[in-house]
Design a protein around this ligand. Structure first.
Ligand code: ZN
Length: 264
């Protein structure tokens, strides 16, 4: 486990990159540049000074309002920064602070951005899923999580399984249960985690979505046709698959082998 000073540095790095994630979350769905111009208040258009843009602290100090006009600023912004920092610290504890940490930190940050963007806009930008899919392939020879073959198989299964479900759902109900963004997102998950955990992500994400969908129907706040942001459930499921997936897959593998008798 890295010493406390290193973990503190990782936490601050997580907050700063979380702040950049907020820029991506705000601008990518609007097709705006993520490098310039500088951030402005959505209420009054005033440029946001560096000291009003310190992760979490500025939000607490300004009590969630713009200094100039008092426009309410969503609590989602500091929540993204804290979630990203917590993810980085957890990853540093598990993987140390080498190449694997950088890789998994990029994967975790992209999941956080996808979850929030899908919840807000019901889209999963190609600008996140496709570069990360490429990163998953390119890094796989050095990744302790997957081999290149597993990354390719994971992306193929990750794309094929939801694509089949999507077409089947459309054929059965005449509506889109998921979008092609979900297909690309799960391909990306597969390139980082391999085929077994891509499938686990799809199954647990679908279960989570079903629980939420049925709950909404029971509360009479939705029907079978209410569109749910499936990417949110996939993102949560992928994070869980990164953390616990190998244990779950291993548990099933042992029982499958026992069921087949001798074990192959
Ligand atoms: Zn303002």
């Amino acid at each position: 486990m890295p010493p406390p000073a290193i973990l503190a540095f990782v936490a601050v790095l997580g907050l700063l990159i979380g702040s950049f994630l907020n820029v991506c979350i705000h601008r990518l769905p609007r097709r705006e540049s993520i490098v310039h111009p500088r951030s402005r208040c959505p209420g009054c258009g005033a440029l946001i000074c560096w000291y009003d843009n310190v992760p979490v602290l500025s939000y607490v100090f300004l009590r969630g309002r713009c200094r100039g006009c008092g426009t309410h600023i969503s609590w989602i912004y500091p929540a993204v920064e804290v979630a990203n920092a917590a993810a980085y610290v957890a990853l540093a504890v598990r993987y140390g602070t080498g190449f694997t940490f950088v890789l998994m930190a990029a994967f975790a940050s992209s999941l956080i951005a996808l979850i929030i963007i899908d919840a807000r806009h019901q889209i999963l930008p190609d600008l996140i899923t496709l570069p990360l899919l490429a990163l998953g392939f390119a890094s796989s020879p050095w990744s302790p999580e997957v081999s290149l073959t597993q990354a390719l198989a994971g992306a193929a299964l990750g794309a094929a399984a939801p694509a089949a479900l999507l077409l089947l759902w459309k054929w059965s109900f005449g509506i889109d249960g998921m979008g092609w963004g979900d297909v690309k997102m799960l391909a990306m998950v597969g390139s980082f985690l391999g085929p077994a955990r891509a499938l686990l992500t799809l199954l647990s994400g679908a279960c989570l979505g079903a629980v939420v969908g049925v709950s909404l129907m029971l509360m009479r706040r939705g029907t079978l046709r209410t569109p749910l942001p499936f990417g949110v459930f996939l993102g949560i499921a992928a994070a869980a698959a990164l953390w616990w997936g190998n244990d779950v897959v291993g548990w099933y593998a042992v029982r499958l082998k026992a069921a087949w008798g001798t074990g192959a």
